[in-house]
Design a binder for this molecule. Structure first.
Ligand code: SAM
Ligand code: SF4
Length: 336
């Protein structure tokens, strides 16, 4: 039996896992073309999603294994009924020091006061364009103004806010500098993310054209004072500062995968499957275990065993995919 008080999740490459990302739903109210096909994906029947009780139980088990930070994502997490109650209960779990959210910002603004009261530790807002028409083209929905209101609300309430922009050749690369300017007078981090192939189809992506290096060149060209900042090695973003800007900039080599050596994260998909790596196919059906009456100790044992199977990096994880070799998953069921 596992001694839960001092057991940690450490993989066979000696990486300690203390960060859990949970996709609370696979449903979404946008159709960002890099994430989902226009017609959407086949959503799971509701009973296939983890219940809030199951999520809280798992988060508690993870906390007993040394997980300190949780990020709630999706799909769009605010589409899940009474999402605020889930936030509140996660914040109460002993050992969980930080609860963060990634959201598209469409339904978020009305909840900012409650999120502040609960003590949500940070919000990542996805925003790929500052142009209404281009936003519509990318997300296939006309929600630009609502999302900008959310951005204003987040900064107004003093949330630790990060903007996520997926950089896509020919789609929004002309907006990289404008987006970076958002950090000139706002205390936010604007992060540029390489596009990954998780778009819910076998459609190829444009990530090869805009690697992290090209994004950096673009930023350096516009901001000669750009300086690299020190950051936590487990942070996938390389951070930069433009002289005189209040906020900072980040570049995430999500496709080039240069950060795997210090990876500290594990994922729980909307289907209740554990992923050791974004690029693997799912390594443990923990929902099935819970629904067949596994005890907390059994869940802990299984999780400890599962992290031992973690590949060295995202390339190895991708190579070892068996069924969906050419990645046709949508990021909305994995959670990003
Ligand atoms: N719906 C929420 C949102 O968009 O913020 C949360 C879920 S979304 C899947 C989480 C993050 O994954 C977003 O920042 C999104 O931009 C990013 N993402 C989705 N598909 C991606 C892809 N193919 N490549 C890179 N990032 C992607
Ligand atoms: Fe929805 Fe987020 Fe995917 Fe866009 S990136 S379709 S907002 S889940």
């Amino acid at each position: 039996m596992t001694n839960s008080s001092n057991t940690k999740l450490v993989d066979s490459w000696n990486r300690e896992i203390d960060y859990l990302r949970i996709a609370v739903t696979d449903r979404c109210n946008l159709r960002c073309f890099y994430c989902m096909p226009a017609e959407g994906i086949d959503y799971l029947p509701k009973k296939e999603l983890l219940s809030y009780e199951e999520i809280i139980r798992l988060a508690t088990v993870f906390a007993s294994l040394g997980v300190k930070k949780i990020r709630l994502t999706g799909g769009e997490p605010f589409l899940r009924k009474d999402f605020i109650s889930l936030l509140r209960n996660l914040k109460r779990i002993s050992g969980i020091e930080a609860v963060h959210i990634t959201t598209n910002g469409v339904l978020t603004a009305p909840y900012l006061n409650q999120m502040k009261d609960i003590g949500v530790d940070g919000v990542n807002l996805s925003l790929d364009s500052l142009n209404r028409e281009n936003f519509h083209k990318i997300t296939r929905r006309n929600e630009f103004d609502t999302v900008m209101e959310t951005l204003d609300g987040l900064t107004h309430h003093g949330f630790n806010t990060k903007i996520n922009m997926v950089v896509m050749h020919g789609k929004n690369t002309h907006e990289v500098i404008g987006m970076a300017q958002l950090a000139s007078d706002r205390e936010i981090s604007v992060r540029f993310i390489e596009e990954m192939p998780f778009n819910g189809s076998n459609m190829s992506t444009s990530q090869k054209n805009w690697s992290h290096m090209r994004i950096l060149e673009e930023l350096k060209g516009a901001f000669p004072s750009l300086k690299k900042l020190n950051s936590d090695p487990s942070n996938p973003a390389s951070l930069y500062q433009v002289e005189g800007h209040v906020g900072n900039l980040g570049i995430i080599p999500a496709y080039s995968r240069t950060f795997c050596g210090a990876c500290n994260r594990i994922r729980l998909t909307a289907t209740g499957t554990i992923k050791n790596c974004l690029y693997d196919e799912g390594v443990l059906d923990i929902k099935a275990l819970m629904r067949s009456n596994a005890t907390d100790d059994q869940l802990r044992e299984m999780l400890m065993e599962t992290v031992q199977k973690r590949e060295k990096d995202g390339f190895a994880a991708e190579r070892n995919r068996k069924v969906d070799k050419n990645i046709s998953e949508s990021m909305s069921s994995i959670g990003g």
